[in-house]
Design a protein around this ligand. Structure first.
Ligand SMILES: [Zn+2]
Length: 706
């Protein structure tokens, strides 16, 4: 899509811009955008960046600066327009231009030969039939519509006929061009099909992070991708780092509304074209095969190499290449007759459960872990698999000595699918859940509605260690150079029993330990010193209050002057904060009611750790004298005179707080057209003022007049 001299020109232009960023003017916006798009394409589509991330960021900042000075010059396809900030809580349903069908499955060479026989029968073709074989990615399908070269809509597959409009989330994906030159080919409006998915290594990183935060893990990359597409906040969707591979052009019309798919004669030509105008096409994994035996060979080869691909692939898709033959084959109500999926074998193995160990987490949750006879799964040796909780063990009837079926879902996390009771002999024995904590021997407790047994002893040695690991972690106090092994060592030596001990570590002694050089001790000292100035939401998050995550920590920190202010906070005040429910509020209150915790925080402060909310970390306060001051508000349904973001901004200016759900904390519901379940729920509560869009505007404008 870019020839060698254009590429060279973009790279050189970028260098000139970077040398004198202040000299870049608004006249140069078009070329600046073009070269940023080029670098995005190199990075995301070609996986072959030609500048550093830093240089890219600098170029991007130049663009942002100029656009901020000239907002009228912002174009919808500017690279700055990828991350939207449109907070919509429900996705509108939209109809696809052509139905999104599923595929018939095949599992072996004979199935593929049968498919070829059927194609011949349907088309009457006697010459060899060529096929395109493509990877079948294990992600989540999307439909993209471009009109006048611009991306105008992105939707989920939904039920095949209708999906959810997720355009703001789609726009955050760098692999989806915001504009593409369809008009050069006489195409005015086009619908493309693609698969949104996450790289396997990135999926693994997400799950590691979630494990740290004690959030439920994703079973596989597909779930993580599907969830990412439907995030309510496009910024969060962007963090899933989804890529979208395009595999089909399903609908095209010219400016007069005539069918424009005729402009192509084969499917491979279509893919080639889409690749040339900037879409992500898995070219390395696509083959045009001259006959069905080539198809069979290629499918089998791909299955042998499946682990080498950076994305999860669960099969291949075989498509008749000639579009006229596709037409002759036609469709059933469920699937096209000109395509078939070749499914790879599932990645399962059997093993034997040798033992179960019980791990203690930072808030005392006990997790049973299966120790199995080591097996190779997708190229990795697996010997430990989480059994999650007692209920998981009971529901799958798992016993020590059992044969188990283990799957590495998504190539990443091993998962126990089931036990095989038919292979049991007399040696199997039930898994006995301990009654005492394996670390401190305190009797375990189980709270109502919770899946996990917990050790209630706050001073339990293993909990202390796990809490320390959390306290120093990146998203909490972020103390570099202090990992699990250092923490365990310092704990064993009696130096670390609570968070304040970190700020009293005997560095002279540490320097004498094996594995600590002068340099590493200096660095550790520095990192500890730096952590004293952290904003208080990091400290609050680091305290391991059960269920208290990063977001809620920030929200709470924004409403206090000093961390110990929370001593006096009551249920009402905490639950008035969006996102904080009664359980979490109760945990926070309980934490600050314990005198030891208060004196721990006082001790931290005495050691120099910041407990004051700094002004720069505080979110903007809402006006207190607006017509809606002190009220909470929620918009639902379709608004006519403004979009939802504009409405929310207006409400904020009038002093109202936007919240995301109907509850007894909600004061005002503005119901637009076709308002559904939220309106019903608000009416049922009987305590919510229900306004029309116009009534809301009148209220807000009242502020302006008086
Ligand atoms: Zn314990």
């Amino acid at each position: 899509m870019y020839d060698a001299s254009t590429q060279k020109e973009f790279i050189q232009r970028g260098k000139v811009f970077l040398q004198h960023p202040e000299k870049v003017s608004s006249d140069q916006l078009p070329i600046l955008r073009k070269l940023l798009r080029f670098h995005e394409w190199k990075y995301y589509v070609k996986d072959n960046p030609v500048i550093s991330d830093f240089e890219y960021d600098m170029l991007f900042k130049i663009l942002e600066r100029i656009e901020a000075a000239h907002p009228d010059l912002i174009t919808p396809d500017s690279p700055t327009q990828r991350v939207g900030s449109d907070l919509s809580s429900d996705f509108p349903t939209v109809s696809h231009l052509s139905p999104m069908l599923s595929l018939e499955n095949s599992y072996n060479a004979d199935d593929l030969k049968d498919f070829e026989k059927q194609v011949r029968k349907l088309t009457g073709e006697e010459n060899p039939i060529t096929y395109v074989v493509e990877p079948k990615f294990d992600g989540s399908s999307v439909a993209l519509i471009y009109e006048n070269n611009y991306l105008v809509r992105g939707a989920t597959r939904g039920n095949g006929l209708q999906g959810d409009d997720i355009t703001p989330n789609i726009k955050t994906m760098p692999t989806v061009p915001l504009s593409a030159d369809f008009s050069a080919r006489g195409i005015h409006k086009v619908e493309l099909r693609g698969e949104a998915l996450i790289r396997k290594d990135y999926f693994e990183a997400i799950n590691e992070q979630r494990a740290k935060e004690e959030l439920p893990l994703f079973a596989n990359p597909r779930n993580a991708a599907a969830g990412g597409l439907r995030m309510k906040d496009p910024k969060e969707a962007a963090q899933r780092k989804l890529d979208t591979f395009i595999y089909q052009l399903t609908y095209a019309e010219d400016a007069e509304g005539r069918d424009a798919t005729q402009k192509f004669s084969t499917h491979s030509e279509m893919l080639q074209y889409l690749s040339e105008i900037g879409f992500l096409i898995p070219n390395d994994l696509i083959k045009v095969c001259k006959n069905i035996s080539e198809v069979i060979d290629f499918c089998q080869e791909a299955e042998r190499n499946r682990e080498q691909y950076p994305y999860e692939i669960d099969g291949m898709v075989v498509k008749v290449n000639r579009l006229d033959l596709q037409q002759k084959c036609g469709l059933t109500a469920h699937h096209p007759r000109w395509a078939i999926a070749y499914k790879f074998k599932a990645k399962q193995e059997t093993s034997i459960l040798e033992d179960v160990v019980f791990q203690v987490g930072k808030v005392g949750a006990i997790t049973p872990v299966a120790k199995i006879k080591p097996i190779e799964l997708a190229g990795v040796t697996v010997s430990s698999v989480s059994l999650h909780n007692e209920e998981f063990i009971r529901s799958k009837d798992i016993r020590i000595g059992d044969h188990l079926v283990v799957e590495r879902a998504g190539d990443v996390i091993p998962y126990i699918v089931k036990s095989l009771p038919e292979l049991r002999d007399n040696s199997v024995r039930p898994i006995v859940f301990p009654e005492l904590c394996p670390s401190c021997q305190t009797p375990l407790v189980k709270e109502e509605d919770m899946a996990a047994w917990r050790c209630p002893n706050y001073h339990c040695p293993e909990q202390v260690i796990q809490r320390m690991i959390h306290f120093v972690s990146k998203n909490a106090m972020n103390i570099d150079g202090m990992g699990e092994s250092q923490i365990r060592k310092f704990h064993d030596l009696g130096w670390l029993n609570n968070f304040d001990d970190i700020y009293r570590l005997p560095f002279d002694e540490i320097q004498k330990l094996d594995g600590f050089g002068q340099r590493s001790v200096e660095n550790l000292k520095k990192a500890i010193e730096m952590s004293k100035n952290n904003p208080i939401h990091r400290l609050l998050y680091g305290l391991s209050i059960h269920h208290l995550g990063r977001k809620a920590s920030k929200l709470i920190a924004g409403q206090i002057k000093h961390l110990l202010d929370l001593k006096d906070w009551e249920m009402e005040r905490l639950t008035a904060i969006n996102e904080i429910g009664p359980i979490l509020a109760g945990n926070i209150i309980a934490f600050f009611k314990i005198p030891e915790n208060v004196s721990l925080l006082q001790s931290l402060e005495a050691l120099g750790v910041n407990l004051n909310q700094k002004e720069e970390d505080r979110p903007k306060a809402l006006p207190t004298d607006g017509p809606l001051s002190g009220k909470t508000i929620l918009f639902t349904g379709k608004l006519v005179q403004m979009n939802r973001k504009e409405a929310q901004d207006l409400a904020e200016k009038a002093g109202a707080k936007n919240i995301s759900a109907v509850s007894k904390n909600l004061n005002i519901l503005v119901a637009g057209e076709k308002a559904g379940s939220k309106l019903k729920k608000a009416k049922a509560l009987g305590t919510v003022d229900i306004l029309s869009e116009q009534e809301f505007l009148d209220l807000v404008n009242g502020m302006a007049n008086g």
